[in-house]
Design a protein. Structure first.
Length: 225
């Protein structure tokens, strides 16, 4: 059964638990799956006895600068509304205070990792699928000829995932991951005190087939359950 909930003005897709009363927050990719409903279908995490709330990413803003105008505002907007969204979900679903699990893919994974690193909400566990870990990799993928301004370098520093996450972190990575993303993922996994880096042989950057989604769902579900 799928239900909807409104949290901080966001329309979320929610899958209820069997008996549990903890909460998992999930962010979709900017590619595939690219919406809360699509993420819920791809990663239902049925083995996790918890409320699973799939939050929408903000719309990509307009602007010529891929980092300063578009990517950074999207990420920071998602992070800014997170505490209020969590409070609203707790109230609407009847979930008590306590640490939550954070899950995301690609840009959604970047948001999950930054939320944990900045301690925006109490976190039990994190699972990130092919995540961005910094803005440099995002820019390299999207604009190889990007011209770095002083403002862009400041934004890039702000969007680095600091190794301050104390909760256990799982990074699920595809063997066909975009090469620009790999060094940051490796470095973060080495730097975190409690991290596991898992490479899936048939996964690309997008979770774009039922078989790939099933493999990711199995690993993330096991990590959170």
């Amino acid at each position: 059964m799928t239900i909807t909930a409104t949290a901080a003005g966001l329309d979320c897709v929610v899958l209820p638990p069997r008996t549990g009363n903890r909460l998992v927050l999930l962010w979709h990719l900017l590619g595939t799956p690219g919406s809360p409903a699509a993420m819920a279908a791809a990663l239902p995490l049925r083995e996790v006895d918890a409320w699973r709330a799939y939050l929408p990413l903000p719309p990509v803003p307009e602007g010529a600068d891929v980092l300063v105008d578009r990517y950074a505002p999207l990420v920071e907007t998602a992070l800014a509304v997170l505490p209020d969204a969590l409070a609203d979900l707790r109230a609407e679903l009847g979930v008590p205070d306590g640490p939550v699990d954070l899950v995301g893919g690609s840009a959604g994974g970047h948001i999950a990792l930054l939320a944990a690193a900045r301690a925006l909400v109490p976190v039990r566990r994190v699972a990130a699928v092919n995540p961005a870990t910094d803005a440099l990799s995002v820019v390299t993928v999207n604009d190889p000829h990007y011209e770095w301004s002083p403002r862009a370098r400041e934004v890039e520093r702000d969007l680095r995932v600091a190794p301050t996450i104390t909760a256990p972190v799982l990074i699920v990575r595809g063997a066909q991951e975009r090469p620009a993303m790999v060094p940051g993922q490796n470095a973060l996994a080495r730097a975190l005190p409690d991290a596991r880096l898992l490479d899936l042989p048939d996964l690309a950057h997008m979770v774009d087939t039922p078989e790939r989604a099933s493999a990711v769902d199995r690993e993330v579900g096991s990590w959170l359950a």
